[in-house]
Ligand binder design. Sequence first.
Ligand code: ATP
Ligand code: MG
Ligand code: MG
Length: 369
Amino acid sequence: REEYCSRIQEAIQAIGFQGEFLDYSRYGSGHINDTFLIRFKESDGHIEKYILQRMNHEIFKKPEELMKNICNVTSFLRDKIEKNSGDVKRETMNVVYTKDGSPYFRDSIGSYWRAYLFIGDAVSFDRVENVKDFYESAVSFGHFQNLLADYDAGSLYETIPDFHNTPVRFETFKTAVAADLLGRAAEVQTEIHFLLERAEEMKVCMDLLKAGELPLRVTHNDTKLNNILIDNSTGKGICVIDLDTVMPGLSIFDYGDSIRFGANTAAEDETDLSKVSLDLNLFEIYTKGFLEGCNGSLTEKEVEMLPMGAKLMTLECGMRFLTDYLQGDTYFRIHREGHNLDRCRTQLKLVEDMEQKWNEMSRITGKYR
Ligand code: ATP
Ligand code: MG
Ligand code: MG
């Protein structure tokens, strides 16, 4: 703990904050980085807040590239917001550079730190308590797509290579089945077959990308409710945060992943599968918000493929849980025996439900195009 304090002090010294350092405290409920709120007193007595994060170097192996992505995307956003006469300090993240001009600081034991301007009078919600917030998150992530529609996505680093490359994930899955390290394959034949039967679909979106029928976009890749800030006074989504996984990808995957976890009627690890289904009302609310936020920037093909985005993200996620189960639970942290298998089953159940509701899903996405 003392060691940690002295490294926070090191980071504070190195980063170019204004004023006199007052204090720091743990902040928020993120699971990946260590997040702190730090306060400074400026010469006029005004108190300025910042977010300081120790980056997760285990998960993100190339912090330099990650920070280049964040700096390039946020400076592009800043220009756009300025042109729209928006508030550049609240509608995008703003990196605070070190005194020698770097977007991150490496401390004496090799940890990476970065700082952002603090966006006040706003909150992030960990769970959907109010459907309106879910809608607001959809608008915000759609608006993010819209603002970045003319950004050259191919120039961004792939922070996690093949993150949503479903065919590559499918190959990894088949290798895990063949290796069957823990002898678990026999008991999960139903799940294995469910995935194998959908081999053709796994390729659909990546093939469309290769054929130039779906455009490469700047994607967020962690489109959870708590990765947007909601303004306390207006109740509107004001800023997309947590840009660690910003990289080139498919817009329909950002959308699809939100549907996967936001429009499921049950928890991701529910064991009573009869509770798992796609909530069409939440599906419609998110779709409406997302397409409003996109404001016409998606192509016809992207809109047409939205239901497939939702289905593929769910299928891929279920496949990753099963792969991890077969490999001995080394990637996703488990809290009980068979936890990853339970998670896999909810995802596959959700896929099944989507297949049954397919026409309805297409009708809804078509309605807001
Ligand atoms: P996750 O588990 O979602 O990956 P994380 O560990 O990557 O989270 P962040 O989402 O970046 O961490 O930040 C954690 C929390 O800190 C956010 O949910 C938000 O409440 C708060 N936060 C982050 N950046 C800012 C900011 N610039 N202004 C205000 N609050 C912020
Ligand atoms: Mg977060
Ligand atoms: Mg994060």
